[in-house]
Design a protein around this ligand. Structure first.
Ligand code: G6P
Length: 607
C-alpha cells in the first residue's frame, strides 16, 4: 500500500511530483522514488527512508523531464530498501504501483524462465518485465500495457511511462483508488485528489477495471471490457494549502488540541439549530425497519464501532454486531433480512473496510458510512454517508477522527432510538444536551496535560502496560493500549476490567503499570474493586476518573488523572483525551517518530 502520482505536462514535472508525494506520505513513508522520460531514456531516483532523503538526492542530481511518475512506499513484498523502492523500471518502461499483485509468483517464474533478471523482491517488478516483453514482441506501449493488465490478479492502481514516449502516461485501477487530474496543458494521476490540489481541482475517479491513456492535453478512459467510457469530472473541494503544525511540535499534539473545536463542528452539524435535538433529515436508513446493524471497520475506527454497540443496544434496543472488516468479509456471516451495514473510516479508503462495504451491498444490505474524507471511495459508494468534521488528520495515530466518529455514533444511536420509539423525548433531550457539553468538557480536560506529562515520565520505561475499563470504557481501554503501542512501541493490552482475573492478573507486578478508566457510572464500584485486586498484588495503578472517583481511591492509586464530571453517556469521548495525551507524552520521552511511527501508515489500501 502506497501513494502514487504521475504527470504529463509541458513543464518540468519533478518538483510537482515531489510536492505531490509529500501530500501522499500518509499512505506510506518507508522509501520513495521518481522517474521521468528524457530525450535519452528513463531517468530514475529512489531513496530509502523518509521522503526528505529523496528530495535531497534529487536536489543534488536533478531529474529533467516533462513526464514522470512518483511513489511513496509502505512495504508489502520486499523490505524498505532502495532496490525495492518504486518506480521499478527496465530500459523501456517505468512503473509505480499501489496494491498487491496476487499472482506475481507465477508470473515471476514465467519471466525467469525467459531469462529475465529481477532486481527487487517486489511483486511490482513482474509488471515492468511483462510490459517490456510485449513491447519487445512488437506491441505498442498501450497494447503491451493492456495485455499485461489482463494477466494481473489482485487489487492495484498503476502509473506507467515509456522510453521514447514523452507525451504518454498510462494508468489503471483495479480495487485501489486512482484520481485523474485535468490541468492546463497537463494531465495528472494520483492516489487521491489531495495530492493534486496545488495542480488542479478538476478531478475524475477511475472505476474498477478502467485503463486510461493520458497525453498532456487529452485523457481517454476504457472500461474493463475495453469500451471507451466517460467518467464524470468533478470540481474537487480539497484545499491546496498544506496543513501545518502551527505552534505544535507534532501533528498529533495539534490534533489532540483541536478536539474541542472539531467536536463542536461535528456535533452542531448533527443537531437541529432550533430544537437542539439530533436531526438527520437525509438519513436514508430507516432504523425503525431494521432488526440488526452490522458494523465493520479497522483499527481505531473499529474501536469506535465497539463503543457504538453499547449505545445502540442500550438506547435503541437494536441488536448490533461489530466486526473487524478483514474478518467479516471472509467469515461467511449469514445475511440477515432487514439488516444494515455501517462502515466507519477516517480515510474512506481502507481496503478491508471498503471491500466489506461492497460485499454488504452485494448481499443486499442497506449501507451507511461514517467517513471523514468527503472525496473518498467509501463516501462515493455507501448508500448514505454522515461526514465527521475532523478536518485533515495527518498524524498516523488517530485522535480527533476517533472522537468525531464517537460523537457521530452517539448522535446516530439517539436518532435510532428516536425513530424506534425506545426513548422518550425528554430522555433524548437530556442525552443530547450531554453531547453538546462535550466540546467545553474537552477544553477543560486538556488542562490535565501537565499532570499527564509527569505521569508519562514515571511510566515511560515500562515494558508492558495494561489498560482496564468496563462498559464503554472497555473499548476506550483498548484504544489507549492501541495508541500507546502505535507511537511508543511499548507493549500494551486493553482489557475488560472484569476479565482481569481470567488471565491478565498473572502479569501484574510492580513493573507493569495498570491504567484504570473509571468514570463515575453504574460500574464504578466494580471497577474500583478491580483496582484493589491489582493493588493487593503489588501492581501500580493510574486511575482516571472525576474528582469524586479520585477521592475514593486516592490511597490506593499510585497516580491519578482528574477529568471533569460528565454524564456516563459521553464519558467515552471525554476519557479518550487523557489516554491520547498519555501515549503522546510517553512517545515523546521515548524519542520515537510520533507522527510517522515505524511500519504504520495512515490509510491502508492493501489487505
Ligand atoms: C490504519 C491507521 C489507523 C486507522 C486504521 C483504519 O491502521 O494507522 O489509525 O484507525 O488504519 O483507518 P480508517 O481510515 O479506515 O479509519
Amino acid at each position: 500500500m502506497c501513494g502514487i502520482i504521475g504527470a504529463v505536462a509541458n513543464t518540468e514535472v519533478t518538483p510537482l511530483l515531489l510536492e505531490g508525494l509529500q501530500r501522499l506520505s500518509y499512505r506510506g513513508y518507508d522509501s520513495a522514488g521518481v522517474a521521468t522520460i528524457t530525450a535519452t531514456g528513463i531517468a530514475r531516483s529512489r531513496a530509502e527512508g523518509k521522503l526528505q532523503n529523496l528530495i535531497n538526492k534529487v536536489a543534488n542530481d536533478p531529474l529533467p523531464g516533462h513526464i514522470g511518475i512518483g511513489h511513496t512506499r509502505w512495504a508489502t513484498h520486499g523490505g524498505p530498501t532502495e532496490n525495492n523502492a518504486h518506480p521499478h523500471a527496465s530500459d523501456k518502461v517505468a512503473v509505480v504501483h499501489n496494491g498487491i499483485i496476487e499472482n506475481y509468483q507465477e508470473l515471476r517464474e514465467e519471466l525467469a524462465a525467459r531469462q529475465v533478471r529481477f532486481e527487487s523482491e517486489t511483486d511490482t517488478e513482474v509488471i515492468v518485465h511483462l510490459i517490456t516483453h510485449y513491447i519487445n514482441q512488437g506491441m505498442t506501449p498501450v497494447e503491451a500495457s493492456r495485455k499485461t493488465l489482463a494477466r494481473l490478479h489482485g487489487a492495484f492502481s498503476l502509473g506507467i511511462i515509456f522510453k521514447g514516449e514523452e507525451n504518454l502516461l498510462c494508468a489503471a485501477r483495479q480495487g485501489t483508488p486512482l484520481a485523474i487530474g485535468h490541468g492546463k496543458d497537463a494531465m495528472y494521476i494520483a492516489s487521491d485528489a489531495l495530492a493534486l490540489a496545488p495542480l488542479t481541482n478538476q478531478i475524475c475517479y477511475l472505476s474498477d477495471g478502467d485503463f486510461a491513456v493520458l497525453h498532456s492535453s487529452s485523457a481517454e478512459i476504457f472500461d474493463a471490457s475495453g469500451n471507451k467510457v466517460e467518467r464524470p469530472i468533478r470540481t474537487s473541494a480539497v484545499s491546496a494549502a498544506m496543513v501545518g503544525k502551527g505552534e505544535y511540535r507534532h501533528f498529533m499534539l495539534k490534533e489532540i488540541h483541536e478536539q474541542p473545536e472539531v467536536l463542536g463542528d461535528t456535533i452542531n452539524a448533527l443537531m437541529h439549530p432550533g430544537t437542539g435535538a439530533v436531526y438527520l433529515p437525509e438519513m436514508q436508513i430507516d432504523f425503525a425497519k431494521i432488526n440488526r446493524l452490522v458494523i465493520a471497520a479497522c483499527g481505531t475506527a473499529y474501536i469506535a464501532g465497539m463503543v457504538a454497540k453499547y449505545w445502540f443496544e442500550k438506547f435503541s434496543g437494536l441488536s448490533v454486531e461489530i466486526d473487524i472488516a478483514s474478518e467479516w468479509r471472509y467469515r461467511s456471516a449469514p445475511v440477515e433480512k432487514n439488516a444494515a451495514m455501517l462502515v466507519i473510516s477516517q480515510s474512506g479508503e481502507t481496503l478491508d473496510t471498503l471491500e466489506a462495504l461492497r460485499l454488504a451491498k452485494k448481499s443486499g444490505y442497506a449501507s451507511l458510512g461514517i467517513i471523514n474524507v468527503p472525496e473518498s471511495t467509501m463516501a462515493r459508494e455507501a448508500d448514505a454517508v454522515i461526514f465527521t468534521k475532523a478536518g485533515p488528520e495527518i498524524g498516523v495515530a488517530s485522535t480527533k477522527a476517533f472522537t468525531t466518529q464517537l460523537a457521530t455514533l452517539a448522535a446516530l444511536a439517539l436518532h435510532a432510538a428516536q425513530v424506534r420509539g425506545t426513548i422518550t423525548a425528554e430522555t433524548q433531550r437530556a442525552l443530547t444536551a450531554h453531547l453538546r457539553e462535550i466540546p467545553a468538557l474537552m477544553a477543560e480536560a486538556l488542562h490535565a496535560e501537565e499532570a499527564i506529562k509527569t505521569i508519562a515520565y514515571d511510566i515511560h520505561t515500562a515494558r508492558d502496560i495494561l489498560y482496564l475499563g468496563r462498559g464503554t470504557m472497555y473499548p476506550i481501554a483498548m484504544e489507549g493500549a492501541l495508541k500507546l503501542k502505535e507511537i511508543s512501541y511499548i507493549h500494551a493490552e486493553g482489557y475488560a476490567a472484569g476479565e482481569l482475573k481470567h488471565g491478565p492478573i498473572a502479569l501484574i507486578d510492580e513493573d507493569v503499570p495498570i491504567i484504570l478508566l473509571a468514570p463515575p457510572d453504574a460500574l464504578l464500584d466494580k471497577t474500583l474493586a478491580n483496582m484493589q485486586e491489582v493493588a493487593a498484588r503489588g501492581g501500580k495503578v493510574l486511575l482516571i476518573s472525576d474528582a469524586a472517583g479520585v477521592a475514593r481511591a486516592r490511597d490506593t492509586a499510585a497516580w491519578t488523572i482528574t477529568m471533569p464530571a460528565c454524564d456516563p453517556f459521553v464519558a467515552p469521548l471525554l476519557y479518550s483525551l487523557p489516554i491520547q495525551m498519555l501515549a503522546y507524552h510517553i512517545a515523546v520521552l521515548k524519542g520515537t517518530d510520533v507522527d510517522q511511527p515505524r511500519n504504520l501508515a495512515k490509510a491502508v489500501t492493501v489487505e
